[in-house]
Design a protein around this ligand. Structure first.
Ligand code: EPU
Length: 357
């Protein structure tokens, strides 16, 4: 276990926000985690994966735990699936690429999502018609209060749209889609296992992917082809966090009742919406923000991305000059101004996707 003091966190958050950790603890093994729990008090901590879903609004006074537990392997085979395991510190996209190289398809629609394997269940990452919960087997975590290791299956993780037990505190768990188990700040994920289908079928429902398939003329694309298309679509639409700081979608796509949606459609017939199986309707938050004229607008160095209004960016994240860099305060001021204008026009309160610290 390596403990560093007064560490700049800019390289460890994809928004590229400058803030410091009073202490950064690198956890490279389960033994490191156990040793940390033994020596730490009750003061709390911040668990950091790839830093791709966090907005830092100031220096972090509690210890920052950087999970660097590695490893990936096939752990089991069933007649229907390959069960593949990865350490929480593995880079998500590299892991997806590796599974395909090994001949285990199923994660290709989630290619190029920034972050680590350990962070992937926290917000039940998803893209182009596949969510983590569709391919999830189980995970191992450590209870940060007593060092005990435990295993959770999908039901115990309480997955929802960009949601899980790991995003809810114990006190609010009754309302979570969980089984009364709020684990925010209490559990550290060390390993995740995925169930990758042997009878694989491509998921091509999304317009962007269907368009790629039509252009290619391929009736039955391989998982690797879909992986390549997803990478191409994301590169065209979403900013590369290594060049322009961002955390992907800044808000969740809101869900409204069918009646609410009819009201909005009557006023804005072009609104992008998707009818869900339970009768509710999901609206495209990017469209709502775009309709309010936010694309390309900025507050300080925080801006709304020109090509996708749902993505907020740090315009100065690659600059050597600290003054060009957005602060967490600027990002949140911009986010609040967007929330207000979408609320005033559509009566919908957008909910931020990343964790604000
Ligand atoms: N749209 C606009 N203007 C914009 C942005 C979007 O009109 O500025 C419209 C698009 O034309 C499209 C619709 O809104 O008709 C939806 O846009 P898009 O296909 O880009 O997807 P999204 O709903 O904005 C979601 C996820 C992404 C994921 C994509 C593809 C959320 C919050 N975001 O975005 O996930 O990659 O679908 O599945 O659910 C992330 O969570 O960080 C993320 C990037």
């Amino acid at each position: 276990m390596l403990v560093e003091k007064n560490v700049p966190l800019q390289p460890f958050n994809t928004f590229g926000i400058a803030a410091k950790a009073h202490a950064l603890v690198r956890l490279r093994s389960q033994e490191d985690v156990r040793a940390w729990v033994e020596q730490s008090g009750e003061g709390g901590q911040l668990v950091l994966g790839g830093g791709s879903n966090i907005v830092l609004t100031g220096d972090v006074k509690v210890p920052v735990l950087k999970v660097e537990i590695m490893g990936r392997s096939l752990v089991r085979e069933t007649p229907k699936a390959w069960i593949v395991e990865a350490g929480a510190g593995e880079n998500w996209h590299d892991f997806v690429a590796w599974t395909l190289q090994q001949g285990y398809p199923g994660l290709e629609n989630m290619a190029l999502i920034p972050g680590t394997v350990g962070a992937s269940p926290v917000q039940n990452i998803g893209a182009y018609g596949v969510e983590l919960q569709d391919r999830f087997d189980s995970l191992d975590a450590v209870d940060l209060r007593n060092g005990a290791e435990f295993r959770l299956d999908a039901a115990q993780c309480g997955f929802g749209y960009r949601d899980s037990v790991f995003k809810h505190a114990a006190a609010e768990s009754a309302g979570a889609a969980s089984q009364g188990l709020g684990l925010a700040g209490r559990a550290l994920i060390v390993r995740v296992r995925f169930s990758l289908p042997k009878e694989w079928k491509p998921v091509l429902g999304y317009a962007d992917l269907e368009k790629k398939r039509a252009e290619s003329g391929l009736a039955e694309p391989t998982a690797q082809q879909i992986f390549d298309w997803v990478c191409a679509v994301r590169r065209a639409k979403l900013p590369d966090p290594r060049l322009i700081g961002n955390v992907g979608s800044f808000f969740k796509n809101p869900t409204v009742s069918a009646e609410q949606c009819e009201d909005i459609i009557a006023r804005d017939p072009k609104i992008v919406h998707y009818r869900m199986d339970d009768g509710s309707v999901k609206l495209a938050a990017g469209w709502l923000i775009d309709a309010c004229g936010w694309k390309g607008k900025s507050i300080g160095n925080a801006a709304v991305y020109e090509r996708q209004a749902l993505v907020l960016v740090n315009r100065g994240s690659s600059s050597a000059n600290a003054a060009d860099c957005a602060t967490g305060g600027e990002v949140m001021t911009l986010a609040k101004a967007i929330q207000t204008s979408v609320y005033e026009r559509f009566g919908i309160l957008l909910e931020p996707e990343p964790v604000v610290v």
